[in-house]
Design a protein. Structure first.
Length: 276
């Protein structure tokens, strides 16, 4: 689990300057419900990552009219931008994908009066939120200077209270449950059956040494194999078909590095295809 440091003012660019020298990183957007904000602020406390991650929230103001015209209900939405190590992306998203979050693409465009080039962002969105094709903002997400949440690898902070942790877990697990009505099964009273058991003495069957199967030691997975497995699992969980994954830029990049290191990429892909 990670430690979450709150920085009163910072942007993705300023807070992660130079981090790319320590490994490949990526940036994603999380488009959730406003009720998710508390859980997302503390998301770093419930994931085990190996490199620090930074997240910044954005609350639209001047862009509200434009968003409304595009069908975006800014009053019920949460906009979060995250910079995370590529190797940690699967770990960061696994709890949310398990709750039904979906992967998509969204274009961040300059709102009226703003000036920056349009940017395409990978966006994971809450299942109750409809992902728009574009979102107008007053500034580029990388330059948004707001209160930031920096997650460092490490244990859960001692300062977190039981009520905070309950809120984190409840927000992540109950949102979807609220949209699904489950019927409770009728309670059936247990029936105790008493049977007369006649114990029979059994003679031990001697084992011939040749009949004992050898113990096969499992080969430890290399970091590249683990990263490849995470990328494939993440793309599958995000709705990608197995046939399309091999053409996905994220898979191509990690598979090339894995192949160069002698990893059986095709064999792993086939095994994961069978498992899915």
């Amino acid at each position: 689990m990670g430690e979450v440091e709150i920085v009163e003012s910072g942007s993705l660019d300023t807070l992660t300057a130079g981090w790319e020298n320590y490994g490949e990183r990526t940036r994603i957007m999380l488009f959730g419900a406003r009720a998710d904000r508390h859980a997302l602020r503390n998301h770093g406390r419930v994931v085990a990552i190996e490199e620090s991650a930074v997240s910044v929230f954005y609350r639209p103001r001047e862009e509200r009219a434009e968003m409304t015209e595009l069908g975006i209900d800014h009053s019920s939405a949460s906009f979060q931008f995250v910079d995370v190590a590529m190797a940690d992306l699967g770990r960061w998203m696994q709890p949310l994908i398990g709750q039904g979050w979906k992967r998509g693409e969204v274009e961040i465009v300059a709102a009226n009066g703003a000036s920056f080039d349009s940017e395409n962002w990978t966006c994971f969105h809450h299942p109750t939120m409809i992902l728009p094709s574009e979102i107008p903002l007053k500034e580029s997400p990388a330059l948004i200077n707001r209160k930031a949440f920096v997650t460092h690898p490490g244990p859960i902070l001692d300062s977190i209270s039981d009520s905070d942790m309950d809120a984190i877990v409840a927000s992540m697990t109950n949102d979807i449950a609220a949209t699904v009505v489950e019927e409770s099964p009728e309670e059936i009273e247990p029936v105790t059956v008493v049977e007369d058991v006649i114990e029979e003495q059994s003679e031990p069957i001697p084992l011939i040494e040749e009949e004992i199967p050898p113990v096969v030691e499992q080969k430890e997975e290399s970091p590249l194999e683990a990263e490849l497995r995470q990328v494939i699992s993440l793309l599958v969980a995000g709705g990608q078909e197995m046939g399309d994954i091999m053409e996905h830029p994220q898979f191509i990049e990690v598979s090339e590095r894995a192949s160069a290191a002698g990893v059986d990429v095709w064999g792993m892909f086939v095994r994961l295809s069978d498992d899915s």
